[in-house]
Design a protein around this ligand. Structure first.
Ligand SMILES: [Zn+2]
Length: 92
């Protein structure tokens, strides 16, 4: 059994490799953690734009971090880049 995590966007539980991890780095900025190896407080999101949109506000609360518009755009772009890869790219 793969460990399950809850998506901060829709609340669905999914096997960890199917979710994108987002962490708040020590610097306070949010980063998409494709390999799930970055230290810091993290949250999980389904790798779908819909969950991303819903999850951003939740993430800011869960991670106690502000998500500036510029960071949102960057994270969104990274999410889409990750999505464009094969789903297996998210496995580790
Ligand atoms: Zn979700």
């Amino acid at each position: 059994m793969l460990p399950e995590r809850t998506c901060a966007g829709c609340g669905a539980k999914r096997p960890k490799p199917e979710l994108l991890r987002v962490v708040r780095k020590a610097s306070g900025e949010l980063a998409v953690d494709l390999r799930a190896t970055l230290p810091g407080r993290g949250a999980y999101l389904c790798s779908t734009p819909a969950c991303w949109e819903r999850g951003v506000k939740q993430l800011a609360r869960v991670l106690r971090a502000d998500v500036p518009v510029a960071a949102r755009k960057e994270l969104r772009a990274r999410l889409e880049a990750a999505e464009a890869q094969t789903p297996y790219a998210l496995r580790y």
